[in-house]
Design a protein around this ligand. Sequence first.
Ligand SMILES: *[C@@H]1O[C@H](CO)[C@@H](O)[C@H](O)[C@H]1NC(C)=O
Ligand SMILES: *[C@@H]1O[C@H](CO)[C@@H](O)[C@H](O)[C@H]1NC(C)=O
Ligand SMILES: *[C@@H]1O[C@H](CO)[C@@H](O)[C@H](O)[C@H]1NC(C)=O
Ligand SMILES: *[C@@H]1O[C@H](CO)[C@@H](O)[C@H](O)[C@H]1NC(C)=O
Length: 381
Amino acid sequence: MRFTLLAAAGMLLGIGQAVVVSSDPGSFSVAMRVKALTDHGRIDPLNNTEKRRVLLSVFWPISNSTKCSQDMVPYMPPATAASYGPLAESAGLPANIFSSFQLEFCQLPQNGGCRASGRKASRFPLVLFSPGLAESRLLYSVTAKSIAAQGYVVVTIDHPYDTEVVEFPDGSVARNNGTDGMEQRLTEIRAADISFTLSALRGLAEGDSLFQGLPGKINFMRVVAMGHSLGGAAAAQALRDQRIRGGIDLDGRLFSPVLEAGLDRPFLLLGREKHAEEDATWNQFWSVLRGPRALLGVSGTTHASFTDIPPLIQSLGLPDAAQSQVEKLLGTVGGSRMQHILAELCSSFFVSVFEGDYHPLEHTASGFSEVSIRNSSFKAV
Ligand SMILES: *[C@@H]1O[C@H](CO)[C@@H](O)[C@H](O)[C@H]1NC(C)=O
Ligand SMILES: *[C@@H]1O[C@H](CO)[C@@H](O)[C@H](O)[C@H]1NC(C)=O
Ligand SMILES: *[C@@H]1O[C@H](CO)[C@@H](O)[C@H](O)[C@H]1NC(C)=O
Ligand SMILES: *[C@@H]1O[C@H](CO)[C@@H](O)[C@H](O)[C@H]1NC(C)=O
């Protein structure tokens, strides 16, 4: 789903220089690596001339006792940034604005010299993240970085031929060539991509280039899935994989078969305040959830609030006059506040999942005036 924003603004032409986008600080700095993986056991269900591939961004928490230099990395490579040109223009922004954004990452030497090992190595839980329909994984990099800064390895996944444009490191490009009306099928393809990603990461050698120089390891006993919009539905579907211990749907409509089958593991529905009133699948799904569960609403948000668009817009430093336009489309919760809410709620839910104690989530939710516990299995509402 594409978003329109700032429809009438048209006042930011001329921005050409790099714009650094901030994420929630958390207590870790974050390193980032890109990795392409091929599933040799699966023909691509959307292109039968190829084996299925996925492209990942891996966000890795780095404790502040590890020295690293800060490195600026473009938010999107050229063809992906160009695919967001029409969205930018519809918002009155320069078509090339997405190529101006940059993120700051911790740069570590890849020679493995500072890799912690043995007993002292930290083990980080793993969060597998699936984007909205046709959206690039890169549109969730700020969110992924904010969650990683809480001490999680976060992996955002591009699903080729569903994602509008996937630019692989080898130079090949996979473009969506029409997926209208295929949402249900896409959630199943994505769930298979999520399970494949988990298996493939587990199977990588410790010396794989992905991990070189990164301190600590992934704790494969602590894996969760989450996503936005269709990616949230895919995360729910991915929980048929018993290795995944819980999931989060950010403002996404659910699809069969998980919609009817439900889940017996922890699940969080986190969305705009009135999501359940506007989308009947949320109450339907709620009624078949059997594990610990919560339905949280964030007031002053829209569907796009659960992407990186709010922090991207905030980084532009809009004049006050444009602010009301922004609020109509992105809600009243600003970019850094929304990133803070997402990072805190998601990490508290993960702690709850892994510890089996829902006080952390309840405590965090009640600490934000924008967040209401609409329903939960652990608190009388
Ligand atoms: C470093 O991390 C620790 C533990 O997460 C935190 O308590 C401390 O405030 C951090 N220090 C700085 C300077 O950020
Ligand atoms: C399928 O993959 C082949 C080989 O990479 C490519 O040439 C073709 O354009 C792809 N098909 C679609 C529908 O994108
Ligand atoms: C894309 O879809 C159109 C119509 O469905 C088809 O004619 C065209 O060959 C497809 N492109 C590729 C690269 O497969
Ligand atoms: C909350 O969920 C319970 C079942 O778990 C249901 O009986 C109740 O009606 C729900 N309340 C609201 C306000 O949706």
